[in-house]
Design a protein around this ligand. Sequence first.
Ligand code: PA5
Length: 426
Amino acid sequence: MIKVDVSNVISEQEIAKYQDRVTKINKMINDKSGAGNDFLGWVDWPENYDKEELERLLKDAKYVRDNFEVLVVAGIGGSYLGAKCAIDALKGVKSPDKPEIIFMGQTFSPNYTAQVLNYLKDKKFAINVISKSGTTTETSIAFRLLKDLLERKVGKEEARKSIFAVTDKARGALKTLCNQEGYSTYVLPGDIGGRYSVLTPVGLFPLAAAGVDVKAMLLGAQEARKEFDNDNLKENKCYRYAVSRDYMLNHKRPVEMYVTYEPQMSQISEWLKQLFGESEGKEKKGLLPTSATFSTDLHSLGQFIQDGSPLLFETILNVLEPQEDVSIPSDKDDLDGLNYLAGKKLSYVNQMAFQGTLKAHQEDGGVPCNVIYIDKLDPKTLGYLFYFFMRACAMSAYLLEINPFNQPGVEIYKKNMFHLLGKKGY
Ligand code: PA5
């Protein structure tokens, strides 16, 4: 499904030097014995997921597909980015499919929130509220507003049948609310953190409602699970990628730029930025994950990447077969001089842009580049990729000797904000 080329970033000799550490860490991941080991539920999830719950989820998702114009998903961080990036990547950014999936609760923006609420006034909509803690302020405010609008539109009883929640099994204000109101609720298991939750109901409910084959996605993750649980650095492309990242950090390239050539994949980069940034950015360690979409950003950031401070390396996600394609027409006058491309597909032009840019950045700019070649983006491949990156992230973070599964730094801004807002106890 994918080919991972790290040869421009790290040599086979250097990869081999990591073998002992990788063997130890891989055992730690499989045995669930490392730091944060109570958050390793995602490792076996592609096989161990709750099959009965998935069937109930698929039934509810079908009900949403059959009965609503819009599904509003309220969530933030790991309770938002996985579904958002998968829907964009698989459906495209201008999908005419119904129901339309809209995200809210990922911002305090009064403008965005007002615009979404206004848009929903005349729409038949359902709500999918997602929060593991059940207390995240952005999500809670959004849900309060959405629930209020829906209840005023259709009444409390009908609203109850149009609200679907994903939260912890037992804890949190959202769970209490769900119990009290009788909403259809799915569990985000206690041993899976937000940014590792895309293959749980957190990602699967909105994806199934969007018409994505989530069983295929889980199958892809299962394949990755089997393929990447061994420590063989000659073969395990997931760990080869992980050590290439560590090598870059140790060789004065502290910034990893995720590059795609498809605007509909730019949200995958956002998911990757959260996964790696929140997992590794601790104790003054970690690579800074950043992203660009080419060729668009070659016309803005391209100059810096080529010639600027030598801080970064690239990890390029190159999809070989697009879901759709466009041919360039011939023109009898050829005033724009484009007839040399007449009959050629845009996918061909995009691939030539990839090859030309790779050569320019690697050879002339001296920018190390990893390339992940993806045959095509379908649900199975995406499930496989999600697992690939989560496992690579755990390995990378353990190579830095940090806990990949907590995020203590995120709490500090919240405390300050709550104090300023006058929340009790702050
Ligand atoms: O990865 C994480 O744990 C975080 O990004 C959370 O997903 C995010 O903060 C949202 O939390 P919750 O699902 O509790 O609302």
